[in-house]
Design a protein around this ligand. Structure first.
Ligand code: SIN
Length: 287
C-alpha cells in the first residue's frame, strides 16, 4: 500500500530490504526542496528509488541528477553524449557503424566506480528503449548483506581492506576488445578500500565487495584472499537481499552506491535494442 508523505509524493516499497517506488512526481518540473528532502531521506533508508513513466529529456535528466551532487564523466569518453557529457550511454545499438553506447556494461555485480579513490555516491539510469524481455537489472542491499553475516565473520573482516581495479574488471568483462590505452590505464590506477564501509549519512555499515573489479583482499595469502572474496561475493547477492528491476521505457532509477551492488542481465541483443542513459554522482572516500 503506498504510503503518503508530503504534498503529492507517495512511497511504496519494492522488496523487504531495498527499493522504493515514488509516485506523484513529474521530473519535467523542478522538485521542491521539501520534496527533495523526502527523496534524499528515502534514498538513504531504502538505497534505490524508482520513478516510473517519466518523459524527461536529457537536460531534465541532468538537472534532476545535479540535485544529488556533482556529476562525473567516464573513462570511456566515446560513450558520453556530445550535448550532455554528463550522460553516459549504455547500449547495443550502432549508428553509422559505431556503437552509440557501451554494450555489456555492468554485466557483473559491482558498485559504480568503486575502482576510484572517491567512488560514486549514486547513479541515475533512465530507460530510453528497452527489450520486451531480458535486460533486467538486479540490485542487492549491502546493508542487509552485512547485517546477515554471522558475528565471527563480521569480526574477521571488519577492518580488512581490498584492492579495486578497473583494469582487472575491463580485462575480464571486455576480453574481446582493444585493451585499455596507457592513458586510460593511468586515469584509473588500482585503489584500496575498506571491505566494510560506513554510510556517511546514516552511519550504517555495509559490505563493500564486487565481482572482477575487486582484485584481492589485501594482507592475506592469495588463496585465502580468493576463497574469502568468493564467499563474501556469493553471500552479498543472496536473493533475500535483492530486488530485480524489470524495465519499462520512461523508468528512472537512482541507487545509492554506498549501500548497494547491482548487475545488468543479458537479453537477445541481436533481436532487441536497449538504450539507457546514466548520470553518475560524485561521492566521498569510503571509510
Ligand atoms: C550499470 O550501470 O552498471 C548498468 C546497469 C544496466 O544497464 O542495467
Amino acid at each position: 500500500m503506498p504510503q503518503a508523505t508530503s504534498s503529492t509524493l507517495q512511497l511504496e516499497n519494492l522488496s523487504p530490504f531495498i527499493g522504493t517506488a515514488v509516485h506523484g512526481i513529474d521530473l519535467r518540473e523542478p522538485v521542491s526542496d521539501a520534496d527533495f528532502a523526502v527523496l534524499r531521506d528515502a534514498l538513504n533508508q531504502r538505497s534505490l528509488l524508482l520513478f516510473r513513466g517519466q518523459q524527461i529529456d536529457e537536460g531534465q535528466h541532468v538537472a534532476f541528477s545535479r540535485r544529488f551532487g556533482t556529476l562525473l564523466g567516464h573513462v570511456l569518453t566515446q560513450f558520453l553524449k556530445q550535448q550532455h557529457p554528463e550522460i553516459y550511454v549504455l547500449s547495443n545499438v550502432t549508428e553509422g557503424g559505431k556503437p552509440i553506447g557501451n554494450h555489456k556494461e555492468g554485466w557483473n555485480w559491482h558498485s559504480d566506480l568503486s575502482y576510484k579513490a572517491e567512488p560514486s555516491l549514486g547513479a541515475l539510469l533512465y530507460a530510453v528503449e528497452v527489450p520486451p524481455e531480458g535486460g533486467d537489472t538486479l540490485f542487492a542491499s549491502m546493508h542487509a548483506a552485512w547485517d546477515a553475516l554471522d558475528p565471527a565473520m563480521q569480526q574477521r573482516i571488519r577492518h580488512l581492506k581490498a584492492t579495486h581495479s578497473y583494469a582487472n574488471y575491463y580485462g575480464k568483462a571486455f576480453a574481446d576488445r582493444q585493451p585499455l590505452s596507457d592513458k586510460q590505464r593511468a586515469d584509473v590506477p588500482d585503489v584500496q578500500h575498506p571491505l566494510v564501509r560506513t554510510h556517511p549519512e546514516t552511519g550504517r555499515l555495509s559490505l563493500y565487495v564486487g565481482q572482477d573489479v575487486v582484485k584481492q583482499i589485501d594482507g592475506l595469502p592469495a588463496d585465502e584472499s580468493t576463497a574469502l572474496l568468493a564467499e563474501l561475493n556469493a553471500h552479498a547477492i543472496d536473493p533475500r537481499f535483492c530486488y530485480r528491476h524489470r524495465w519499462q521505457a520512461g523508468d528512472l532509477l537512482i541507487w545509492d552506491n554506498r549501500s548497494t551492488m547491482h548487475c545488468a542481465t543479458p537479453y537477445d541483443d541481436h533481436k532487441y535494442r536497449r538504450v539507457m542513459h546514466r548520470t553518475t554522482v560524485a561521492g566521498d572516500r569510503p571509510f
